[in-house]
Design a protein around this ligand. Structure first.
Ligand code: ADP
Ligand code: MG
Length: 726
């Protein structure tokens, strides 16, 4: 720092511990570290939450009781005395041309020693009336001749957020010390970006955000620092993308049409325009030589699965294996059955046996001809295949390794030790935000040589703002149109006392041959307690609806039992069902979704659950039971009633909860955004993204911008690790 004769760069400041700063000893060091403030660079990004305007100096004669004032004058006398215990009272008389005022300080053990008789001082604090005269009580004081740079009085004074027990005052002094020793801080941003975006110089920005000379400086200073933060993130994303496109070796798949052709022709419906467009986008990625990294977004029921399967058939035609990875066993099994059903409709696979029969694993194979597409299922507890009803787990693994299996559906079991593909060409990852990037990476390791193409599907709508950061390295396809004939789910809010209305509605729909879901209250962080409450809810509901067949499923059930419940549900043997939150249950005959204690669920969870009904030809109803007690909960429920548009709800969710909590995972890169607010700073995000991608286009390794390159890797910390695992 300061003592070294080189200009400080931000990356160098990430090498210096905050422990070097004035006032930060080991206990404060530990407290700060817990909040992620470890280095001087971190400290400089810990910006004031507010400012106190002490720029105006009031003549002493004009001071009034009440508001805070700053006065400047000479110390005419100081005296101190001990009061009770170890309390010390220090009094001083301060005078200027207009008059005189008393200041008083209370300290422990020692008198207040900052001011001496004869000093010229500035005092900022509130004025009160005490025994008939005015006095300033414990004002902040600075001796003007000693402190060429005032940080407390006569200026705009920053108020930094407290960190644990480390007070704003201590932080202010530490930041001041940090700036004093590191300035000037070098600015690596190309001047053309600075000019185009109207950005302040970096060194000035750090100075102005912490110790502004005027209020007008604060906005531009913040803008510059937010831009930098977004620019770093986008640079990392741009470099990663560049790497994937140019350097990673993928497979240029060579579809023949022999599978996908009949598959699409024999679907009982035509693809919507949105599905057709997205399928084209995926197909052009598949045939290109670089690996695909594409995010497929679409509401629940918009028809993502069918598009994904069609594209996997392209890959299988070209002689490669494929995989679909789902976040839960129930979902994996669901995908397995769903895909088998789709293939059966196209006569590419034997159909499921007789209507209404239990869809146990062993019933999937009807016997005779060898299916055109060899489909397997692998989860922690299940192994199945459409070409061998009695397949064992070791046999399935052997078939995957030998290339026998064309499409393997499963949970993260797919990427565990012991699973080896012979030539994995493409994989679909469903709801990857529940996996994290590590899994995405390991899936790639499953194929040697070329990287498999990846299609990441999500039914959780991600606002454009977020997908730019969260999935900033991916291409994005959106199915923004529902298949024809779907009527939107009607949503109603009921108080808990109105539960009978929900029961009545369930009975009516079941009477007409439909089915219903009842979702029990979410018990945060305790699947056990949640299971217990589900069991008792199940008993209660069975009593309330004695004529209905009520099933029960929850996270603690062994997966075998889950499968059985799901199978009888699909087969129409159950009327109502308590289900695991958010599992991608697809029961077209279900028309009622009742959510108990709906106020405990997040907005996107509620929307996901709602998407589970009305998927067939009959319109669905979603009944939210809640006595909401917080404003946030009321806002969420109102939003649910007011809109069926997942993208709008996602934006709403962001507004209500803030981006930090919406996506909590490490992968997001969001954790590294300490200054930027994705919603409020959208314009800057777009600008930073354009600049970063432009720069990486012309200088892929940032060879001409070494300081920027260094900054990206030193500032993004762990994030950068995942960003560069390609
Ligand atoms: P997602 O995976 O997006 O939730 P699915 O692919 O599971 O959606 O499709 C939901 C339902 O809609 C399925 O029953 C599917 O057969 C049906 N479906 C898909 N595409 C169409 C279409 N273009 N027209 C009519 N029905 C469709
Ligand atoms: Mg689906």
């Amino acid at each position: 720092m300061g003592t070294v004769g080189v200009m400080a760069t931000l990356s160098r400041l990430t090498q210096v511990s905050v422990g070097e700063l004035k006032g930060i000893g080991s206990s404060r060091l530990a407290t700060l570290a817990k909040s992620g403030i470890r280095t001087v660079a971190d400290m400089l990004h810990h910006v004031p939450r507010d400012y106190l305007d002490r720029t105006e100096v009031t003549p002493i004669a004009k001071t009034l009781v009440g508001p805070e004032v700053t006065v400047v004058g000479e110390v005419r006398s100081v005296s101190s005395r001990r009061a009770r215990g170890n309390l010390q009272i220090t009094e001083a008389r301060i005078g200027d041309d207009s008059g005189e005022i008393k200041a008083v300080w209370f300290t422990k053990n020692y008198p207040f020693r900052k001011v001496k008789e004869g000093d010229r001082v500035a005092l900022s604090g509130v004025v009160e009336r005490f025994r008939g005269s005015l006095q300033m009580k414990t004002p902040d004081a600075e001796v003007l001749d000693e402190a060429p740079e005032r940080i407390l009085t006569g200026r705009i004074v920053p108020i930094h957020p407290q960190v644990g027990k480390v007070s704003p005052q201590i932080i202010r002094d530490a930041v001041h010390n940090a700036l004093k020793r590191s300035r000037p801080i070098d600015d690596p941003l190309p001047v053309e970006f600075k000019a185009a975006r109207g950005l302040m110089d970096r060194d000035q920005a750090f100075a102005s955000i912490h110790f502004p000379e005027s209020r007008e400086e604060i906005g531009p200073a913040r803008k510059r620092l937010v831009y930098d933060e977004l620019f770093r993130l986008e640079l990392a994303l741009a470099m990663k993308r560049r790497h994937m496109i140019l350097e990673a070796k993928g497979t240029a798949h060579a579809p023949t049409g022999e599978l996908a052709g009949p598959f699409l022709d024999r679907l009982p419906y035509r693809l919507t325009a949105a599905q057709a467009r997205v399928l084209d986008e995926i197909r052009s990625d598949l045939t290109a030589p670089h690996p695909m990294h594409r995010l497929l977004q679409g509401e629940v029921g918009s028809g993502k699965t069918v598009v994904a399967v069609a594209s996997l058939l392209d890959v299988i035609e070209g002689g490669h294996q494929t995989a679909i990875m789902a976040p839960t066993e129930v979902l994996a099994e669901q995908h397995y059955l769903g895909v088998n059903d789709l293939l059966a409709k196209a006569a590419l696979s034997p159909g499921l046996r007789g209507e209404g029969e239990r869809l146990g694993m062993e019933s999937l194979f009807s016997g005779e001809e060898d299916p055109a597409v060899h489909l397997g299922l692998l989860t922690g507890s299940a192994a199945a295949a459409n070409y061998d009803s009695g397949i064992t787990r070791p046999q399935l693994l052997a078939d995957v390794a030998s290339g026998q299996v064309d499409l393997l559906v499963g949970t993260h079991a797919l990427i565990q030790e012991g699973v080896a593909f012979s030539r994995l060409g493409a994989a679909v990852i469903d709801e990857q935000h529940r996996f994290g990037v590590a899994q995405r990476v390991r899936l790639k390791e499953k194929s040697d040589g070329a990287e498999p193409d990846l299609l990441i599907m999500t039914a959780t709508p991600i606002p454009r703002t977020l997908s730019m950061t969260l999935y900033g390295d991916l291409d994005v396809s959106v199915i923004d149109e529902m298949p024809p004939g779907r009527s939107p789910v009607r949503t109603r809010l009921l108080s808990k006392a109105e539960e009978w209305r929900a029961i009545e509605h369930i009975e009516k729909e079941v009477g007409e041959g439909r089915q219903a879901f009842v979702v029990c209250p979410l018990v945060e962080d305790s699947p056990k307690v949640e299971a217990v409450s589900a069991v008792s809810e199940h008993r209660r509901l069975s009593l309330l609806m004695p004529d209905l067949r009520v099933g029960l499923i929850h996270g603690q059930l062994p997966s075998r039992e889950k499968e059985e419940v799901m199978a009888s549900l699909r087969a129409g043997e159950l009327d109502a069902e308590r289900l695991e939150v958010e599992v991608g249950i697809d029961v077209p005959n279900a028309t009622v979704m009742v959510i108990l204690d709906a106020d405990r669920f997040g907005l996107s969870q509620l929307h996901q659950l709602r998407g589970r009904v009305g998927r067939g030809s009959h319109p669905g109803t979603c009944l939210l039971l809640a006595d909401a007690s917080t404003q946030d909960a009321v806002d969420r429920l109102d939003a649910m009633v007011g809109s069926n548009d997942g993208f709008r709800l996602a934006e709403e969710d962001l507004r209500i909860r803030g981006h930090g909590t919406v996506f909590g995972t490490r992968q997001s890169g969001m954790n590294d955004l300490v200054l930027a607010d994705i919603m409020a700073d959208l314009e800057l995000l777009v600008a930073a993204r354009r600049d970063a991608f432009g720069l990486v286009d012309s200088d892929p390794e940032l060879a001409d911008h070494p300081e920027l390159a260094e900054e990206v890797s030193s500032m993004l910390g762990e994030t950068v690790d995942w960003l560069f695992i390609a």
